[in-house]
Design a protein around this ligand. Structure first.
Ligand SMILES: NC(=O)C1=CN([C@@H]2O[C@H](COP(=O)(O)OP(=O)(O)OC[C@H]3O[C@@H](n4cnc5c(N)ncnc54)[C@H](OP(=O)(O)O)[C@@H]3O)[C@@H](O)[C@H]2O)C=CC1
Ligand SMILES: N[C@@H](CC=O)C(=O)O
Length: 361
């Protein structure tokens, strides 16, 4: 090959590689499974899955990774979990962009996001445990981002509703968040939008779990922990240096169910029925309805918990898994800026992951 041709071909290869994205997917559950389906659609043509893992098994073989039933196969077969092998599949790929997609709820994995960023990988996550966890973790994440790491977090709040992007844009323009309130949980929205006393709460919870709205352990939703994480992520993005212990969280999980295993909790869901029926009845008698609300005020006082609201309240007019985020800011101060829409579910969340990956370049 002539020198000119070789140079042209090298330039072409460099251009092609610049557009390629190599991915490792951690978590092939509800969200990870839906994400795998999106990888088979035409918009994902330049994305190359080089590794995938659940909590026990992983796969880096190209033929296996291309199988339509990869998620089921991983339940039965694959190599034992070992991040080194997964990341070396990323390292050896010729793509310019190397992305770790975290579709787990693992706090242990989340604690490594900042390290992954500092090692040159991009991280796209549905896992809220780092940004919505300890303030020290949030700060480590900001340091890694400041050093150039790209962190896709749209899926962590509102399952991809344009909440974080809007908030950041307002802040970039010099606007300041004064108060933020609303319904930040898709599963709790679904539960309280449907709970009218005609069906036991536990039946609705099983339904929400089956539809893929709840956390792997639904106590993370019912305890308010998941909502508190989203509140922290939003508040921190708006400049409030809020510690995780600074949010007042009112749990719906009875004491007797707090320390049991997930399996036992799922077997004993009926124990939620009586206390919830009593709360519902008391609210009904006062002409009110129950909604699980989150709020932070200008002084950084934050609370999440079950609240009685009148039927005319904006949160009482939601449907399905709707989330609602009402942002009052220096410039949106007469009426809040409201973002509303489905806030949980496999497809929308997987799409948020995909959108973050595609926007990397
Ligand atoms: N469901 C929703 O609507 C939304 C969910 N999210 C977030 O998405 C994340 C995933 O939720 P969801 O898909 O519902 O949960 P699932 O329980 O369905 O899936 C979790 C997956 O993570 C895997 N996993 C756990 N630990 C590890 C590990 N160390 N390495 C690799 N894989 C691991 C599990 O493996 P195994 O199969 O072996 O258990 C499972 O495949 C959570 O952080 C959740 O908060 C965010 C927005 C909306
Ligand atoms: N379990 C969560 C899922 C999205 O983050 C919720 O119910 O909102």
């Amino acid at each position: 090959m002539s020198a000119v041709l070789a140079e042209a071909s090298a330039a072409h290869a460099a251009l092609t590689n610049r557009n390629k994205v190599a991915l490792v997917l951690l978590g092939t559950g509800v969200v990870g499974g839906a994400f795998l389906k999106l990888l088979c659609t035409p918009v994902a043509g330049r994305l190359h899955l080089v590794g995938a893992a659940n909590s026990r098994k992983q796969q880096t073989d190209a033929v296996q990774l291309a199988a339509r039933d990869l998620r089921d196969r991983l339940k039965r077969e694959g190599a034992a979990r070992d991040d080194t092998a997964l990341f070396s599949a990323l390292d050896t790929h010729d793509a310019a962009l190397k992305v770790i997609v975290d579709a787990t709820a693992s706090a242990e994995l989340a604690s490594r996001h900042a390290d992954w960023l500092s090692r040159g990988y991009h991280v796209v996550t549905a896992n809220k445990s780092l940004a919505g966890g300890q303030l020290s973790g949030w700060r480590a994440l900001q340091a890694a981002r400041a050093a150039g790491g790209r962190y896709g977090d749209a899926a962590t709040v509102g399952a991809g509703l344009p909440v974080l992007s809007t908030l950041r844009r307002l802040c970039d323009c010099g606007d300041s968040l004064l108060t933020l309130e609303g319904v930040f949980s898709g599963s709790l929205s679904y539960l309280f939008n449907h709970y009218d006393g005609s069906r036991p709460f536990s039946v609705l919870l099983r339904e929400a779990r089956k539809l893929g709205y709840t956390e792997p352990d639904p106590r993370a939703d019912l305890s308010g922990e998941d909502v508190a994480r989203k509140l922290l992520i939003l508040a921190r993005n708006a400049g409030f240096a809020l510690g995780s212990d600074e949010v007042v969280v009112e749990s719906l999980v009875p004491e007797t169910l707090r320390d049991v295993s997930t399996e036992t909790f799922l077997e004993r869901l009926e124990e939620l029925d009586e206390p919830l029926a009593a709360l519902h009845e008391a609210a009904r008698a006062r002409g009110q309805v129950l909604r699980f609300l989150a709020r932070i005020n200008q002084r950084g006082r934050a609370r999440v918990g079950l609240t009685e609201v009148p039927p005319t309240h904006p949160a009482a007019r939601l449907y399905g898994t709707d989330n609602q985020f009402a942002l009052t800011t220096t410039r949106y101060h007469t009426q809040p800026l409201v973002i509303q829409g489905p806030g949980a579910g496999p497809e929308v969340t997987a799409q948020a992951l995909l959108g973050d990956i595609l926007s990397l370049g």
